[in-house]
Design a protein. Sequence first.
Length: 158
Amino acid sequence: MASEHERYMEMALEEARRGEEKGNSPVGSVIVKDGRVIAKGHNQAISNLDLTSHAETDAMRNAGPALGHTDLSGCTLYTTFEPCMMCAGAIVFAGVSVLVMGGNYNPNYGSYGDYSVEKAIELVEWGDKVSVVRGVLVEECEEMSWRYKARMARGERG
């Protein structure tokens, strides 16, 4: 039987597939509050021609109208891949209480150097209010990312 974290990460993986179908990097996010999904999002940076349209920011944009405000304290954000610096800052500023991640950034294959979302969160004054949970459906999340990167390396789009 799947854990609660795994159940929500499966939903985030479905969101990642939606983004990939539109030609975007396959990253998906789901925001949960009090056991209820309040928002979903997926990477749309390429399809929307908007570099800020990452899965995490997309989900947070969708959460505001669902809640009627922008304070995401008490919320858990599930994401299929380790958030970038921009998204890490947005997660802290939104007040997300728990960040649950699937895939992990690999400094050997990325352009952020010695990066971790924990380091990024620590840079923000209220970063100590965000708990980070790693290791949820890592293989499934990373396989999706590696498949996309391999297609991009071959010059395939969408």
